[in-house]
Each structure stands twice: as structure tokens, then as C-alpha cells.
Design a protein. Structure first.
Lengths: 291, 291
């Protein structure tokens, strides 16, 4: 089913929000797209790129008659936006978000919204270390997975519509429990990002480092160029899983350290082989693509 | 100056050795290229690709009348190859290698070869997680840095010739002291590689992980698909620097852990910002490109 809407409000017109607007407008899925930004300059870029039809600094102006509202702000702003939408949007509006952590946000909605709930959390596995509407692309979501909240007391129509929305712009949706989502994402995204930042920091204060910095380091640290405040919010809204997964990572690095210090060739072979196998398993096309 | 040779012996015809043969043959830099492999099947691929002119299982057959010998075996085999070359090659032969660690190998040569030494260590910052002569490319070294040993008691002509060799196939050479090399490479390559393996291992035994594994994880863990024995040898021949750099990495991850556990938003901001700045500095084109 293709999802079509009269009035769409995209709150936050950064890379993800502006790309969503572009994708919907290019496919004729929305009669009008309202964008909400914190700065007029950012809205102006989104307008210039035709990612939105109208720009607003106050979310209330954008959501008043919206039948679809997508919250695309950093994680830290989502709870207050949820409150604002609950209090000011039409009770028939269908609402979702794009945040990289889900439990804090979905718990907040579950405890403050009426049931059956018409806010359904989403997390598109799209984006990059680039940010801002100037990097928006109408094909950003094509072929990407979008993880969609599965929980009790959700409105069936809202659920189906949120799945349709993402599939209409080329994504593949997967149902997931918010707590399970955050547990897995700590392992596949949040702690790997911290590791990339920590690896980048190893090169600090080393003179003339450039000839020594090869393609491997470039790949490993690429995501460390992303926005600090985005990753801060992700860590704070998934603190428990991030913290315990960091313990796991540190323990594994300590195993490597011990094997190096003891010149344990066999142990190092096994550790590197385990890393190689895990990498192949995670990205093997035949490894299944459902939860 | 373009380097030209009568008879070149490439010991080890994997990705780096076969690519070197291809690059030299395509540019007419060698009258004949002898390849040495441990398995005939690997030599056959190198011959088929025209990366070498003749294949040998015994290095002595290849080096007898060589005026250039390049040791392209994994780090663990280099000392015995150095002994073999010293005992069986012409004393006029110029010798180098391509190993990712330099101190162990250069120290071995310094203590066992006559002075002035005609073995000069090299480390091309080229390669990938792919391996074997089937992935060889004549342009593998183009635009890449090659770190070349700088030390007392090196033969001037041998030194100049090794620089010319790499520059003749499109690389940029940089002089470096072997101990300084290993110190820096632990930070820019060896420990980052361990981190990539350890991050990949976080995804083990998680069912249906594929939809949760995005582009960031793919980049961060790419090098973890490389050959375990190669990275084992690198760790064992640079144990001291790898070990102390791993301590640094673990300490930084512990700082992240503490900031997450204490919900220290400001501390997390500063840590991610430090990672971002280090990443930008390491790969900033304007950041200087000499040691």
C-alpha cells in the first residue's frame, strides 16, 4: 500500500527530515509538507531544496491540521515534542519519529498518550556523518531497513500507516520491541560509534600523522566526524545498554592486551578469527534479514 | 629518477607482491620478475595475471642473480628470509620489504647484515582486507605513502634506489626511524584493527542482526575481515607499542563508560568533540603531509 497524506509536518529539517520531505514530495505522497526548524537559515535551505513547502519556527503552527507528523529532532528533544503533539495536534494524526534510541521515547509516549496509541516509534537505519538539509537526498531511505516499534496498545491503523510510509519511499520495515531495539543497537551502533571516537583520539598530538593514517583508519573513524550532541543524546537515552556493552568491549580489548603481552600467538589467532567470523556473519547476505 | 632493474625477485606473491610485479612490468622497470610462493597454485595465479615472469617455490632459485629483492611475506617470515638473502644473494643486490612493523625486522637486519647495509625496510600504506594475487592491481601503490627506513649505517645507493623504486610506481616516500614508525603505526593501524575486531565481536550470537547492522558498523569493522595470521604477526612484532596503546584505548573507553554511567552530558559532549576533532585533524588535507 502506498501511503498518501493531506498535510505532513516534519519537525526537524536536518538530513533525515529534509530527505523524508524530498522523498515524499518527489513521489507525490503529500499535498503539503510543513517543516519545523530551530533556525530560519536551516528552514531556508530546506525550502530552497524543495524538501518542504512551508517553514515554521513554532511546531504548533505546523501540526495543527497535519494527518502525519514525523519528529526528526535529536533524541533529547523528542519527549517535549511528543507532549506538544499530544496537546496540540488532531487526535487523528498519525505520529512517528526517526530516533536512534527507542525505549526512553516509546516509554514516554506509552505513559502519556491515550490508548490505542497513534504514536509509533521508528528508526531508519540511514544517515551518515554528514548532517543538515544541504546533504538531503530523496533516495536516502531506499533499500534501507527501518525498525518500527512493536508494542501492546498501539493503534492498528497507525501501525500499518507508519509501515506503509517507509515502504512507500523504498525502505524495508522490521518490527521490533523498543527494549530489544536498544539492546541490539548498543552493540551494532552506539558502542561502535564510541569506539570510533576513541580510536580517532589515539592519533591526537602525534606530529606529522598524515602519512601514517591509511585507509583502514579512515574507514574505522569515519563516523567519529558526526555531531557530538547527537551521540551524547543517544548515549544518555540508552545509558544502561551502552554502559554494559562498553564493559563487554573493554573486556574483549583486555583479552587482546593479555594475548599480546604474553606473546600468545594461538590466542591472538583465535581472537582475530572470531572478529573476522563475526564481521562476515553480520554482513552475510545469506544470513537472514528478519528479526 | 626512475628505477630500472635487470632481475627482480619478489618473495611472496600475495596482494602486495603481485601488485608490485604488475606495476613494475607494466612500466617496463624490470627485465625479468621472479616470484617466490609457498604454494604452486598461488604462483600460477600470479603467472596468469602476468604479475611475475617465473615462479619458484625455493627463494634461493629466485634471488641468485637478482639486483632487486623485495620480501613481501607476512612479518613472521621476514627474519628467516633476510638470513636466506644475506647468505645466498649477490652482495650488490638491493633489498627491501613491505611489512607493517619495522623495528623487529630492521633490528634483525642491523645486527646480522654487513655495513653499510643494503637492506632498507619499507612499509607501503596500501592494501585492503582482500588478499591473494587474484586481487592484485598495477595501481595499488599510486598516490599512497610508503614509509622508508631511516637509520645509521645504511648504504646510500640502496637507500636512494628504494625511494626511487616506490616513486617510480606512483607512491610518495617518507623517511622514518623504525622505532618511531612502530610507535605511530600502533596508534594509526594496529590497535585500530584490534578495535575493529573487538567491535565486530559485539554482534556475535545476536539473532537476526542484519537489519540492525548499518553503514557505520560496516565501515568500522571492514578491516576485521582481513587475515588473522597477518595481524597476529603484526601484534607479536610490535608487542610493546600495541600493548601500551591498547591501555590508552581502554582508558579512553572507560572515560566514556564513566560519563555514560554518571549521565554526564557535558563530559560526553567533550569526549565526542575530541574524537571528531582528532578525526578531522588526521585526515585534513591541509594538515601537512611530511614527518
Amino acid at each position: 500500500m502506498t501511503a498518501r497524506f493531506q498535510s505532513v509536518a516534519i519537525i526537524g529539517t536536518g538530513l533525515l527530515g529534509a530527505s523524508l520531505g524530498l522523498a515524499m514530495k518527489q513521489r507525490g505522497l503529500a499535498q503539503v509538507v510543513h517543516g519545523v526548524g530551530r533556525r530560519q537559515s536551516s528552514l531556508d535551505i530546506a525550502l530552497e531544496r524543495s524538501a518542504i513547502d512551508r517553514g515554521h519556527l513554532d511546531p504548533k503552527d505546523a501540526i495543527l491540521d497535519a494527518d502525519l507528523i514525523v519528529i526528526c529532532t535529536p533524541a533529547g528533544f523528542v519527549p517535549e515534542m511528543l507532549d506538544c503533539v499530544r496537546d496540540h495536534a488532531s487526535p487523528n494524526a498519525i505520529v512517528t519519529d526517526v530516533t536512534s534510541t527507542k525505549r526512553t521515547i516509546c516509554d514516554h509516549a506509552a505513559s502519556t498518550w491515550q490508548k490505542p496509541r497513534r504514536f509509533i516509534g521508528s528508526h531508519p537505519m540511514a544517515g551518515s556523518e554528514s548532517f543538515g538539509p544541504e546533504h538531503a537526498a530523496s533516495n536516502l531511505y531506499e533499500g534501507r531497513y527501518v525498525l518500527v516499534e512493536s508494542a501492546p496498545n498501539l493503534d492498528d491503523v497507525a501501525c500499518a500507516t507508519v509501515h506503509d510510509l517507509w515502504e512507500s519511499i523504498g525502505a524495508i520495515t522490521v518490527d521490533v520491541d523498543p527494549a530489544e531495539h536498544d539492546h541490539l543497537l548498543a552493540r551494532t551502533s552506539h558502542v561502535p560509534h564510541i569506539a570510533a571516537a576513541a580510536v580517532a583520539m589515539l592519533t591526537r598530538n602525534q606530529r606529522g600523522i598524515r602519512p601514517f593514517a591509511g585507509g583502514g583508519l579512515r574507514d574505522i573513524t569515519r563516523v567519529a566526524a558526526g555531531r557530538p550532541e547527537l551521540w551524547r543524546d543517544i548515549c544518555l537515552t540508552n545509558a544502561e545498554s551502552v554502559s554494559s556493552t562498553l564493559d563487554d568491549l573493554i573486556a574483549t580489548l583486555q583479552e587482546f592486551k593479555d594475548a599480546v603481552a604474553e606473546e600468545d600467538a594461538n590466542g591472538l589467532d583465535q581472537l582475530f578469527e572470531a572478529g573476522r567470523q563475526a564481521r562476515l556473519d553480520a554482513f552475510d547476505e545469506n544470513n537472514g534479514d528478519s528479526t
